[in-house]
Design a protein around this ligand. Structure first.
Ligand code: RUB
Length: 326
């Protein structure tokens, strides 16, 4: 007989679905949404015993964890909330869970603001940044520079296949920043007009490698060749603790439909859906080696990528098993 599964609130399932389908996207937003979902799970739990409450919370965390594999802000958010819960009764546990989630969300917001101030110091009045994908951490550096009265312009890469560059362009135009939108293939040509490449990160590995939207590594290589510094804006929840013990970061492979519509597929194969000679690969992220990155900007200051491991040790210590696997 099947063991009964702990009840997970429908809203947790909805959040998991939104993350998987990228209605909620970007590492910081994913971490924030995961913490919110755990708080709601706690609020709505019908558990009658502390053990049942914890089981439900672990099941909710596991469901959220399994949505997207690359952004470490997701497991870091779940760990933060789950590991901090205290209490002997269901009401105590409920209050503690909600408190932990709110604390995580407040820290996240504050860290992004602080990171922006640190990153803005790298931007001079009149500088042009080239962006890739849409990163709220990266844009917080631009926002802080604007708040400090600097004029900043942007060359925004479209970022195929999901065109997150459009979100970046929209945000920058809201701030009245002049934007030049280019297709990804035009990036090298426009690097001569840029003073910085400014990107975010989904995960940072212990050796200082930056895992970010596919295309970041090629952009960084070109920037190095053109002498344009590469600045990565990443709050410390983007640091991947497992990489301290030699684990690699899984790169998410997404559906081919994001790259090729049904009609385009049919055009290429002459309408043969069963054509096994056509493969479409859609990796969502890539790895930029530390030698192509000039600085990682965090709320704790800016670091050469090779030294980020010191900060990781300080923040995470030795890693242990996952709280949702107990
Ligand atoms: C988003 C992406 C962003 C990072 C950082 O990829 O690669 O650069 O997540 O974003 P996707 P932020 O669109 O596939 O989620 O700074 O907002 O955390």
């Amino acid at each position: 007989m099947d063991e009964e599964q702990p009840d997970v609130a429908p809203v947790v399932e909805a959040t998991a679905d939104d993350i998987a389908t990228m209605e909620i996207r970007g590492a910081a937003a994913i971490g924030d949404a995961a913490a919110e979902a755990l708080a709601t799970q706690a609020e709505r739990s019908d558990a009658s015993t502390p053990a049942a409450f914890r089981d439900q919370l672990r099941a909710a965390a596991k469901e959220l964890y399994e949505t997207r594999p690359t952004a470490v802000s997701l497991p870091n958010a779940l760990r933060y909330v789950l590991r901090g819960i205290e209490g002997e009764t269901v009401p105590e546990l409920r209050e503690s869970t909600i408190g932990q989630a709110r604390e995580f969300q407040a820290d996240l917001e504050q860290a992004q603001e602080r990171l922006g101030e640190v990153g803005a110091n790298r931007l001079r009045d009149g500088d042009v940044v080239m962006t890739h994908c849409h990163s709220t951490d990266a844009l917080s550096c631009v926002e802080a520079a604007l708040d400090a009265g600097k004029h900043v312009e942007a060359i925004v890469k479209e970022t195929r296949p999901r065109k997150q560059g459009h979100i970046t362009a929209e945000q920058l135009r809201e701030w009245d920043v002049p934007v030049t939108l280019v297709v990804d293939n035009a990036a090298r040509r426009y690097l001569d007009d840029a003073d910085h490449v400014l990107v975010g990160a989904d995960s940072i590995a212990a050796d200082g490698s930056v895992i970010n939207k596919i295309g970041t590594s090629g952009l960084a290589v070109n920037a190095r060749e053109r002498g344009v510094p590469v600045m990565v804006a990443a709050q410390t929840i983007k640091l991947h603790p497992d990489t301290m013990t030699g684990h690699t970061v899984e790169i998410e492979m997404r559906d081919e439909s994001e790259v090729l519509s049904e009609t385009e597929y049919a055009d290429i194969t002459g309408g043969d859906r069963a054509d096994d000679g056509l493969t479409v690969e859609n990796p969502a992220f890539d790895v930029t080696p530390p030698r192509h990155v000039d600085a990682i900007v965090t709320e704790r200051g800016q670091f050469p990528p090779e030294s980020i491991v010191t900060l990781m040790r300080e923040l995470f210590g030795e890693t242990t098993g996952e709280p949702w696997e107990v």
